[in-house]
Design a protein around this ligand. Structure first.
Ligand code: ADP
Ligand code: MG
Length: 683
């Protein structure tokens, strides 16, 4: 019997492919594709009222049409409306232009006015021949965001057709829709084709009720999908990890060289309680740099291990993973815990041995980079996964992690850790499926870091400072700029700085650390700095997260204006870990962009990670915090999390109510808005 063939798909036109590329697949996607602005073709203005830089539509009769000769031929047309005249100038033109714009024709033109040398003119206006009966547009003309392969006119037609076909029927019961908002259908009809008297200002700043309806709808879908994810998780089974009196966790606490802070104790209790349940924990542990998250993770690991399960701890970089490894081995190996180390650079026999230990359960704790979740790694009984700086893992890695974790039918508990606190609005929306624990206090005896700003031409003063610092036996970081376009430039700069500091600091050892070094070499340099053998460490941003050298008291960040705010704050957090007064010097080169200025100002004004996160959200929008959730297209198109906190709150209330009263309506709402994108929310 011949195999059945799928019917040959009809060849797609370029605009159709472009539509798909923009994610405009369903009618409802097109209906939700809103104009970025409007053109007003509903009225004509007298030519005499045209001003420079205005966009306007006028009508007139062609009184002159000539081609200006020369190497760059131009078509120059003059029209008059009886009172005043206007020049239309075309730098590229076809014979058809000349034909339509022949002397004596009445034309309607629309374009940007500029005050030209010979009076007012429009360059490349749109135009058409009209007569006294040609009607004006009844509504403002939408201009949609589009791509080069997708002509505006084609998109306009596609959207207009889609709106009539799309199912925009009311899904929501009236009592959950905030008062004063139009229906979704009315809102969309209005926004695609606003009447001539619509207030352009409220359309532009998105404060019009039609816009508000869309924001509410979008946030509601978002909240509902988060509730779904949370429910789905609650249905999954995780191993309950009981806490035994006198068990491994208590032994670890007793062996620590310090006492937990109040905040550490609180979050450790929250986590311990989660782990004892049969539902998988899905918790974010946030705490400023240096607040002591690692030990909290170690306590959770101890609980899992004591209950007979394995724990995996992953960090985004090898250096950071290695730091964790050293600490955890220090703390847990004496208590009889077997630890395995898995990174990409581990190869051959060693790697095979580690994999065996993981598979047999001999290694109760597995520390490493994302190598930990590669296919060949098979855990015997994974009970807890700890992910440090999880937002730095890519989308694919996070989806792989989820797949891996769920594979055995039993879901391990997950603890994510981050030093970049999620601002409140984001926590309420995109991370609403996550429980959050916050360490809001630093271990005692730390003095706040003093931040100073130095112009680039005052490097000598900075070097003098370094000399003072190392003379007192303290250590210094010098971080070189991130030049994203060129890793090699990055490197050159670090090498030059290293050489300069070697010259300037005779009698002290200056180390160099950069991304191109093999992992073993990086580890060796880092170990020398940790042991105090190196007085100064010049580094590209490889040291950025998590390294912990309490004797380091000065951090110099070169070209600080090129770093993101979260990154600057992370880097600054590398110092101030001991009891000596620490300083962070931000070297900057003029001219500063507005955003660059705002970032440096924030760094000078506050040491508080939450405040930094809030300002970061203000300066650059939510992208930074989303990490993997940012799957190319921003998930929120209509609501703006920095401005619409109020709507977030309303949507949250409505989501809970709808889920409760009408789960099927809730599901339809999610499908309408998120289509196939909701997977990413779970990553
Ligand atoms: P982060 O939250 O940035 O990951 P770490 O876990 O690396 O911070 O902790 C920073 C430093 O503070 C480490 O040297 C750690 O051992 C130390 N530390 C953690 N908790 C305490 C505490 N309660 N008292 C004193 N030192 C602590
Ligand atoms: Mg850390």
């Amino acid at each position: 019997m011949p195999a059945q063939r799928a019917p040959q798909a009809a060849a797609k036109s370029a605009p159709q492919r472009a539509l798909e590329k923009l994610g405009l697949l369903r009618d409802v996607d097109l209906a939700l594709h809103l104009p970025i602005r409007y053109e007003d073709e509903t009225r004509l203005v007298p030519i005499a009222t045209l001003r420079d830089a205005m966009t306007a539509q006028v009508e007139g009769t062609v009184v002159e049409s000539r081609v200006r000769p020369g190497t760059r031929r131009q078509l120059v047309v003059r029209i008059t409306d009886g009172n005043d005249d206007l020049v239309l100038r075309f730098l590229n033109f076809y014979p058809s232009h000349q034909k339509t714009l022949a002397v004596g024709t009445r034309v309607r033109v629309r374009g940007d006015v500029r005050g030209g040398l010979f009076g007012r003119e429009m360059v490349h206006p749109t135009f058409k021949a009209v007569d006294a009966t040609t009607p004006l547009a009844a509504a403002l003309t939408p201009v949609y965001p589009t791509s080069a392969q997708l002509p505006q006119a084609y998109l306009r037609k596609a959207v207009a057709a889609a709106i009539t076909r799309a199912d925009l029927g009311e899904i929501l019961p009236p009592e959950i829709v905030p008062a004063g908002l139009p229906s979704l259908r009315d809102a969309l009809l209005f926004l695609h084709h606003p009447p001539p008297d619509a207030s352009l200002a409220t359309l532009e700043d998105r404060s019009h009720p039609a816009w508000e309806r869309l924001k509410f709808e979008e946030l509601l879908a978002q909240q509902l999908s988060q509730l779904d994810a949370k429910r789905e998780r609650a249905r999954q089974r995780a191993p309950a990890l009981p806490l035994a009196r006198g068990g491994l966790q208590e032994q670890l606490l007793a062996a620590l060289p310090f006492r937990l802070t109040e905040a550490q104790r609180r979050v450790a209790d929250e986590i311990a309680a989660d782990l004892q349940r049969e539902q998988p924990m899905h918790r974010l542990l946030q705490g400023d740099v240096g607040s002591g998250k690692t030990v909290v993770a170690a306590l959770a690991a101890a609980q899992a291990i004591a209950a007979g399960w394995q724990c995996a701890l992953m960090a985004p970089t090898e250096i950071l993973a290695e730091q964790h490894l050293r600490k955890l081995v220090d703390w847990l190996a004496p208590l009889g815990v077997g630890v395995a180390w898995l990174t990409g650079s581990r190869k051959g026999k060693q790697r095979r041995q580690m994999l065996e230990q993981v598979a047999s359960g001999e290694a109760a704790l597995v520390v490493g980079t994302h190598a930990v979740i590669q296919e060949q790694v098979g855990f015997q009984r994974l009970g807890l996964a700890v992910i440090d700086e999880q937002h730095r893992f890519g989308v694919q890695q996070r989806l792989a992690l989820r797949a891996k974790l769920g594979a055995g039918g039993i879901e391990p508990h997950t603890l994510m850790m981050s030093a970049t606190p999620i601002p409140r609005t984001l926590a309420m929306t995109l991370f609403a499926d996550l429980d959050v624990s916050t360490i809001d206090e630093l271990p005692p005896g730390r003095s706040p870091i003093v931040t100073k700003l130095f112009a680039d031409n005052r490097r000598d003063a900075v070097v003098a400072r370094i000399r003072d610092e190392v003379a007192q036996g303290r250590q210094v970081y010098w971080v070189c700029p991130l030049i994203e376009e060129s890793e090699s430039l990055d490197l050159e700069n670090a090498i030059a700085t290293h050489a300069r500091l070697v010259d300037a600091l005779p009698g002290h050892r200056v180390g160099l650390l950069h991304g191109r070094m093999p992992a073993v070499e990086k580890a060796a340099v880092m170990a020398q700095f940790t042991s105090g053998a190196l007085a100064v460490l010049v580094a590209t941003t490889v040291i950025e997260v998590g390294v912990d050298v309490p004797n380091a008291s000065l951090m110099v960040i070169e070209h600080a204006e090129r770093f993101g705010l979260a990154q600057l704050h992370q880097l600054r957090g590398r110092v101030g870990r001991g009891t000596v007064q620490s300083v962070c010097v931000l070297l900057y080169a003029a001219p500063l962009s507005d955003a660059g200025k705002a970032r440096l100002k924030a760094m000078l004004e506050t040491n508080d990670g939450f405040e930094i996160a809030r300002r970061d959200l203000e300066i650059r929008g939510p992208g930074e915090f989303l990490g993997a959730r940012q799957s190319g297209a921003p998930l929120l198109r209509f609501a703006d999390l920095t401005l619409d906190e109020d709507w977030v709150r309303q949507a949250r209330r409505a989501a809970l109510a709808l889920q409760e009263r009408d789960p099927r309506a809730a599901a339809r709402q999610v499908a309408r808005w998120l289509g196939n994108r909701s997977d990413y929310l779970k990553a």
